[in-house]
Design a protein around this ligand. Structure first.
Ligand code: SF4
Ligand code: SF4
Length: 84
């Protein structure tokens, strides 16, 4: 999964791009910046060739989450489970 770091400017560009609805404005987790739910982030595996949120983020604040490193196969399985 990916995570959003403190450089986030709350621009909202990434949220509608996520195929798994993994991104929120942070209010649901008591954060004041945008947030990726790692259990829903397949790094866009299963839907796109590249991470859509990373592609649109103007400040490059979306990075790999070191606490949630997954193989392509694991990410595909996660995507399949979300959309089953
Ligand atoms: Fe959503 Fe893809 Fe970004 Fe993960 S990498 S949060 S699945 S848009
Ligand atoms: Fe934050 Fe980047 Fe998403 Fe904008 S596109 S809300 S700066 S993570």
């Amino acid at each position: 999964a990916l995570l959003i770091n403190e450089d986030c400017t709350n621009c909202d560009v990434c949220l509608p791009e996520c195929p798994n609805e993994a991104i929120t404005d942070g209010s649901d987790v008591d954060k004041d910046i945008y947030f990726i739910h790692s259990d829903l982030c397949s790094e866009c595996v299963g839907a796109f060739d590249e991470a859509q949120c990373v592609a649109v983020c103007p400040v490059e604040c979306i990075v790999p989450d070191p606490d949630h490193e997954e193989s392509p196969e694991e990410l595909q399985a996660k995507y399949d489970a979300i959309h089953s």
